[in-house]
Design a protein around this ligand. Structure first.
Ligand code: ADP
Ligand code: MG
Length: 699
């Protein structure tokens, strides 16, 4: 094994602070730093100086091209490469890169989803440099992280609203801190996303059209062994997987990605990677990059990396945990319980802001993780339910109870919690992180939002989370800034907030049937089961008002996003449906017919030799398979019909309801027939690799 020097390798392909400080002149460095830290506007001449140093550095590191790297609403990243070359008078070329090219790009936007924005505005869009996320080199190309907008100023990407939401939270959190006598320059939200994925053999992957076209298996009977022994979770990692992980870490470290933890997950062939947390926009860029590099490195190892939320029925799917907190520029974590009474009051206020935000905007959080893929997980006893609730753990819950009721908190010593006077009793972090069934859990000094699907961009949920928390903080600041007696007002505010929003707090089993009943019938929490149910709530008046008030989205953007997300849901399922039809007609039915023919031939030949052979096995198999092939035909025709109907609905909401009510059930019915036929057929006759082969062949 080659030995690698991690500190030397780390960030070697990133134009990071170390590089900037070493290569830029002091003035240029200072003013760029000001732009990064305080959102100060960047001057043209500074941009020019940065661009030329960036080019020299990139060329020294083997780059020939540059690109504005952005995140359109397709959910993946986009890039269009331009080489640095400019002709020189002597017939050769020189490598050029201007400040203008660094700051602004003009990709043709017409083929990216715009959800109606294109109808009203120009198709062209522009990309603008996000200097808070460092430029990096990938495949001989200098990648400049950017935001992507239309010429009319509407966001066409996920990064613009994310930056706006961070801005909104920053503004409100600073108001609150001021009330506690603190003058923070900046409050940023930070995220550490834990990423799950599957690794399977590339050769097997390529033999399955469903995996190739849709990222998930649409058919496949369960193998004799699944995840029931729990022997994969944290198990010893297989040599081929280790080789992949080592290579992956190396590539990620070069890109300055703080890949930290790796382990096997619950399902066979499932793994997880967690980085150390960073500022939300940077974490978003890096998570997108991580997913891309995972796929690429897998290919080099003869593997396929599946990032779909539910690649296999019957075993766990993959999610992503969004560990989220807020911190000042001095690194003070605002969700960390403090040492003094004063700090604790501040902590409780920020805690309340999150609790209120999650309660008031359950629907926004739910829809921020809604995709066709993730619908297979939420509420399926492997991931949190579609109902959003907050887990605080017993100790913190009893502290809030005590505050709410003005009763003594029974800890080691009895204390009545008077905020600003008493210190919070120490509670151990250990009791917090244990409930894995909660969608939104406090884990000692951060919240972990666990409903994300593995392929989701983390931008979506963090936009909603930041905006909703900004809204709670705004309400608090409005009230507290005018208070005559700050301590009293603060105490009342916290108590009222707990009383008003305690319905969202739930420490019990989120997978249980009883919870669904209690949550929806007694507590009145929303239970938006599918993307079709959830997404239209983006346009609920209260949600639009809040998102617009904090300037996170404009009205046009909200309409366009709702449309794009629903369109994406419909298109995804439509492709899956057509893939099923294709596989059934071209492969499964012909395979079944072929086997029926050989069974019939065998029976006829045997009977011609001896009258006494009964051929029980052959005949009963033949009869059931023949019945199944008729049922499969009937069901595939049904699926074709409902897919065809999809084209006839005028509006996207109606189409998405038909996807939910007609297409998905037809797909399920077809699948179960084909899976039954698989169990009756010899492996040699079956057209595609089995689940057993897909899940257990990487060693
Ligand atoms: P787990 O028990 O879930 O593995 P860890 O404490 O190891 O929890 O953290 C999981 C993720 O949370 C990591 O990515 C870590 O960097 C991140 N994390 C830790 N502290 C914070 C924070 N203050 N803000 C955001 N993410 C954080
Ligand atoms: Mg975790």
């Amino acid at each position: 094994m080659t030995k690698i020097n991690v500190p030397e390798l780390f960030g070697s392909l990133v134009f990071d602070d170390r590089v900037m400080r070493a290569r830029l002149s002091a003035d240029v460095y200072q003013s760029l730093r000001k732009t990064i830290d305080e959102n100060a506007e960047l001057q043209q001449d500074i941009a020019q100086a940065v661009a030329s140093e960036m080019r020299d550095w990139a060329v020294e590191h083997g780059a020939t091209h540059f690109t504005h790297w952005f995140q359109p609403l397709t959910g993946v990243t986009a890039e269009k490469h331009d080489s640095f070359i400019t002709p020189s008078p002597d017939g050769g070329v020189i490598m050029e890169f201007s400040g203008k090219e660094l700051i602004k790009g003009e990709p043709d936007a017409s083929s990216f989803p715009s959800g109606g924005l294109r109808a009203t505005f120009e198709a062209r869009g522009y990309t603008a440099w996000d200097p808070t996320s460092y430029a990096f080199i990938k495949d001989h190309t200098l990648c400049i992280p950017t935001a992507f907008c239309s010429y009319a100023g509407d966001a066409l990407d996920k990064k613009t609203p994310l930056l706006r939401s961070m801005q909104a939270l920053n503004k409100q959190a600073k108001r609150i801190l001021k009330l506690f006598g603190k003058d923070a320059k900046n409050v940023r939200t930070s995220v550490g996303p834990e990423q799950e994925y599957f690794l399977i053999d590339r050769e097997m992957f390529e033999k399955r059209p469903d995996l190739v076209y849709t990222g998930r298996t649409l058919f496949g009977a369960m193998p004799p062994k699944g995840q029931e022994l729990d022997d994969h979770y944290f198990g010893a990692i297989k040599p081929r997987v280790i080789a992949f992980m080592e290579d992956l870490n190396t590539e990620l470290w070069k890109l300055g990605i703080l890949a930290k933890t790796e382990h096997n997950e619950v399902a066979p062939a499932q793994h997880e990677l967690a980085p150390i947390f960073s500022s939300t926009n940077v974490a978003t860029d890096k998570n997108q990059l991580t997913m891309e590099i995972m796929r690429k490195v897998a290919g080099k190892h003869g593997l396929a990396c599946l990032l779909h939320e539910k690649p296999f029925a019957g075993v766990n799917g993959s999610g992503k945990h969004n560990n989220w907190s807020m911190a000042t520029d001095e690194g003070v974590n605002l969700l960390s319980p403090g040492e003094t009474p004063h700090e604790n009051a501040q902590f409780l206020l920020f805690l309340c802001a999150v609790i209120q935000a999650v309660d008031d905007y359950q629907d926004l959080l739910r829809l921020s993780v809604a995709t066709a893929g993730n619908d297979h997980r939420l509420g399926a006893n492997e991931a949190p339910p579609a109902i959003i609730s907050v887990f605080l753990g017993d100790e913190l819950t009893s502290i809030l109870e005590a505050i709410k009721n003005d009763i003594p908190y029974e800890a080691a010593q009895k204390v009545t919690m008077k905020l600003g006077v008493h210190a919070l009793p120490r509670f151990s972090r250990d009791t917090t992180d244990r409930n894995r069934t909660s969608p939104f859990a406090f884990t000692g000094n951060k919240f972990e939002f666990r409903s994300l699907g593995s392929s989701n961009s983390i931008a979506c949920c963090n936009i909603m989370l930041n905006a909703a928390v900004a809204e709670s903080l705004k309400q608090y600041a409005d009230r507290l800034e005018g208070a005559e007696d700050f301590e009293k007002e603060l105490h009342d505010l916290i108590r009222e907030t707990i009383r008003k929003h305690e319905r969202i707090l739930f420490n019990g089993n989120g997978y249980g049937e009883e919870w669904v009943k209690e949550a929806t019938e007694i507590r009145g929490l929303s239970n938006l089961k599918t993307t079709a149910d959830a997404m239209p709530h983006l346009l609920d008046q209260k949600n639009m008002d809040m998102l617009m008030a904090h300037k996170v989205f404009t009205e046009t953007e909200l309409h366009s996003r709702c449309e794009i997300m629903l369109e994406n849901y419909c298109k995804t399922v439509n492709i899956e449906g057509h893939t099923m039809v294709d596989m059934v007609r071209k492969n499964y039915l012909p395979a079944i017919v072929g086997y029926l023919g050989s069974l019939a031939g065998a029976v006829a030949r045997m009977k011609s030799v001896s009258e006494r052979v009964k051929c029980h096995y052959e005949i009963s198999t033949m009869e059931r398979l023949s019945e199944l092939s008729d049922e499969i035909l009937e069901q595939v025709e049904k699926l074709e019909a409902v897919l065809k109907d999809l084209q006839t609905y005028e509006d996207i909401i109606r189409t998405s309801e038909a996807v939910r009510d007609d297409v998905l059930p037809a797909m399920d019915a077809l699948r179960s027939l084909v899976d039954e036929a698989e169990m009756l057929s010899p492996e040699s006759c079956w057209p595609f690799p089995s689940y057993g082969k897909l899940l257990f062949s990487v060693n």
